[in-house]
Design a protein around this ligand. Structure first.
Ligand SMILES: Cc1cc2nc3c(=O)[nH]c(=O)nc-3n(C[C@H](O)[C@H](O)[C@H](O)COP(=O)(O)O)c2cc1C
Length: 329
């Protein structure tokens, strides 16, 4: 059995794999375009960068690919509306919105005929989003990397959300293998969103030290931190995180440098700076977001190979499942 297409609004992705947006500057044009070129949906992370840089990235991605390119934006970002305006001007294909719920974005999507796909973790919010006319929802479980909207496992929230809406439901959090894709599709999901596996690709814009930290990590290196955004976040236990746990991060004193990038920020530390440090390879002062299953990733691969492996594993898993059924009957 082949992987089915994923239909989002007017777009049809040949394979139902969305590369999750990863800020700051982990998923930029090279990664998004590589995934789109393989028939998936590539997302540029718009959070933590300013509108001119986002415009450049969208232009670059569109030069590199004719596939489906979207952006991911956190509702918690102060420049949220400006970033969306720029993305729409650059003819972005779709917008994924996480870390909060925005009514404004639905109206902007309708006006510009751009599908909006919010990230949700509950049936109530999924239903509300459908009423606002979104084209699909992404259900993210607690296994995911980055900021988390729930402490519940993906498979415990996915069936209820699939039942409560008619739009496509995309499953995210802890999807690593083709067999994981087969599992959630068999439950009725229309596709998957994957982050961590793609952060450890050749095309991801993370520094080599970040990618090395991923492939040398073990399950016990993955921890939850409190983000100044007011949400928990999943990350590797770097020196920065150890210092954070030990209250050793200097107070947020350099206030002149603060550009109030978030609508709400506790200001106990600058998360954008910590994420930027890690993206550039400063592991001492860096925050490395990752999914719960990062320890299972053992190699940094080109996107083409990652997707070929997923397709192969999916087919094997489905064929194995069928064989198992026949043998049982
Ligand atoms: C390094 C990293 C950065 C992330 N940044 C964002 C982000 O800026 N906005 C967002 O909505 N989700 C973000 N996420 C979540 C991913 O888009 C995706 O939903 C999640 O990683 C899926 O779980 P997985 O990593 O187990 O595949 C991030 C995840 C990682 C690993």
């Amino acid at each position: 059995m082949e992987l089915p297409e994923l239909k989002i609004g007017k777009f049809r992705a040949k394979i139902p794999i969305v590369q999750g947006g990863m800020g700051v500057r982990i998923s930029l044009a090279p990664l998004a375009a590589a995934v789109a070129n393989e028939g998936g949906i590539g997302l540029i992370a718009a959070s933590g960068i300013h509108p001119p840089e986002l415009a450049e990235q969208i232009k670059e991605a569109k030069k590199l690919s004719n596939g489906i390119i979207g952006i991911n934006i956190m509702v918690a970002i102060r420049e949220f509306k400006d970033l969306i305006t720029v993305a729409m001007r650059e003819k972005i294909d779709l917008i994924v919105a996480g870390a909060g719920f925005s009514r404004d974005i639905f109206a902007m999507g309708k006006e510009n005929d751009v599908p909006i796909v919010p990230i949700v973790s509950s049936e109530r919010v999924a239903r509300l989003a459908e009423r606002f006319g979104v084209s699909a929802v992404i259900v993210e479980g607690k296994e995911a990397g980055g900021h988390l909207g729930t402490d519940k496992p993906l498979l415990s929230i996915l069936p209820g959300i699939i039942k409560s809406v008619r739009i496509p439901v995309i499953a995210a959090g802890g999807i690593l293998k083709g067999s994981d894709i087969a599992k959630v599709l068999s439950m009725g999901a229309g596709g998957v969103q994957m982050g961590t596996r793609f952060a450890a690709s050749e095309e991801s814009s993370a520094a080599p030290a970040w990618k090395e930290a991923y492939v040398s990590s073990k399950a016990e290196d993955v921890v939850l931190i409190k983000s100044p955004v007011g949400m928990p976040g999943r990350a590797l236990k770097t020196k920065f995180v150890k210092d954070l746990f030990a209250n050793k991060i200097p107070a947020f004193s350099d206030i002149k440098k603060c550009v109030t990038c978030l609508k709400y920020c506790k200001r106990n530390y600058c998360i954008i700076e910590a994420l930027e440090n890690a993206q550039m390879g400063n592991m001492e002062k860096g925050l490395v977001f990752c999914g719960e299953r990062v320890g299972e990733i053992k190699d940094i691969l080109p996107v083409k190979k990652i997707i070929a492996n997923l397709v192969e594993e999916f087919k094997e898993s489905v064929a194995g499942g069928r064989k198992g059924c026949k043998e049982e009957s």
